[in-house]
Design a protein. Sequence first.
Length: 130
Amino acid sequence: MPDITRRHALGAAAALAVTVAAPLTEAAADDRTGHEDHGGHGDHDGRQPLQPFDEVYRGRRIQGRATEGGSHHHGTGYAVFVDGAELHVMRNADGSWISVVSHYSPVPTPRAAARAAVDELQGARLVPIN
């Protein structure tokens, strides 16, 4: 019987660690983002479809709705507006959302992105990006 080398032992340990950690990492990501696969009832990546919203937040009208074919910049399939001006949003790989106004602060939904933008704008008007 051949002797087991340190290289073979480390390789086997690494393979075992990856095999055990992969399902745990995916479950932790689902818990962190609040997204799980619900038997094919969500969109193409297992997330729940986004609901439209229309509300006044801190005196500003924020709206969000699904779009055909995605927005012209990021193809998210969802458009967000602050006082009628489009707020460009993008969905991250982990399911979180960012906007052009609060790019470094991911949030769980487009509604939260609109609210974060209103907070960040501090009363200033959102200037459309062309």
